[in-house]
Design a protein around this ligand. Structure first.
Ligand code: PEP
Ligand code: MN
Length: 342
């Protein structure tokens, strides 16, 4: 059920609706919009009688939701969500660029990369401390020591920190030291982890699973939001197909589909999406052209020496050129939108 409040509804009107929802044994999720507030109801198995709400003060409408998702839906919030990540935002007018190494290897490597990212004008820094590696014998990351180093990067450069957590202990560390909790492709359907990050108050970057459909991605986001954390950013990072010329197949059609169905922002990851250095910049350009809200890019001072994902890492020079190119494309897309809206 979705309860749409009248534009002039007061805080106590909203409070009363939430009380009624609670009395019925369900949970209310308030999402304020530009013109009106909507309240999503979760926890009900069957349908709820709209009569419970129809006559309450400030209620414009009580609508039954037939779709499998409620909180990600544009029915709940017609405007796009702009998610605050530290001192930056994702989903607004500005293209969000998150860049940094695949894995934190050493303080020297981390700070050398952060220097480049900071100079590029990007507001977000990535670096994995907990690495989901295919082989148990591969470098697994520096763990909490790495997350603490990221906090030092924020201190020195003012960059907002995005980093992956693979379990509850990792979530606690990222919540303490970082600005955004990344849930990696392999954990997109780790439902207990999704519920756990849903209870935190840090934004979540949710990457699409290796073979997840769009519905599965959206329902994973719904899991996080149903726990009360509405700050979810989606990420297209390529899916597994029969194609073998690239590490994954970037499914860029998902960007307009997401924008049509949900108010959540979506960014693209052409690093994991392609797996090859020479493909990263072309696919970053394509992602921005198709309307992505941001990019996440792997950069390493010496890609050939990287302990993880060196083949897809950009050099500092290549990264700076990528930023220059995508900035031009973003401006063209914004101009096009303005013309279309006029
Ligand atoms: C990463 O961003 O470092 C990563 C492991 O990505 P994914 O979960 O998309 O494979
Ligand atoms: Mn990587």
């Amino acid at each position: 059920m979705l309860i749409v409040m009248k534009p002039g509804a007061s805080a106590s009107d909203i409070e009363r609706v939430l009380e009624v929802i609670e009395t019925l044994g369900f949970r209310g999720h308030t999402l304020p919009g530009e013109n009106r507030t909507a309240i999503g109801v979760t926890g009900n198995q069957g349908s709820i009688d709209p009569a419970h709400f129809e006559n309450l003060s400030g209620v414009a409408d009580a609508i039954r939701v037939t779709k499998p998702y409620k909180l990600i839906s544009k029915d709940l919030r017609p405007e796009k969500s702009v998610i605050k990540v530290g001192t930056g935002t994702i989903g607004g007018d500005e293209l969000a660029i998150i860049a940094g190494p695949c894995a934190i290897e050493s303080r020297e490597q981390l700070f050398a990369t952060a220097e480049v990212i900071s100079k590029s004008g990007a507001k977000f820094f990535r670096g994995g401390a907990y690495k989901p590696r295919t082989s148990p014998y591969a470098f697994q990351g520096l763990g909490e020591d790495g997350v603490k180093m990221l906090a030092d990067v924020r201190e020195q450069y003012g960059l907002n920190i995005v980093t992956e957590a693979m379990d509850e202990r990792g979530v606690d560390a990222v919540e303490k030291y970082g600005d955004c909790i990344q849930i990696g492709a392999r954990n997109m359907q780790n439902f207990s982890l999704l519920k756990y990050v849903g209870k935190t108050r840090k934004p979540v970057l949710l990457k699409r699973g290796l073979s997840a459909t769009l519905d599965e991605l959206l329902l994973a986001a719904e899991y996080i939001m149903a726990e009360g954390n509405y700050d979810v950013i989606l990420c297209e990072r390529g899916i597994r197909t029969f194609a073998s010329h690239a590490r994954n197949t970037m499914d860029l059609s998902v960007i307009p589909a997401v924008h049509r169905m949900t108010h959540l922002p979506i960014i693209v990851d052409p690093s994991h999406g392609t797996g090859h250095n020479y493909m990263v910049t072309p696919l970053a350009r394509a992602g921005v052209a198709v309307g992505a809200d941001g990019l996440i890019i792997e950069v390493h001072p010496n890609p050939e020496e990287a302990l993880c994902d060196g083949a897809q890492a950009l050099t500092p020079g290549q990264y700076s050129e990528l930023v220059r190119q995508v900035t031009v494309i973003r401006e063209a897309v914004a101009e096009e939108k303005t013309i279309a809206a006029a």
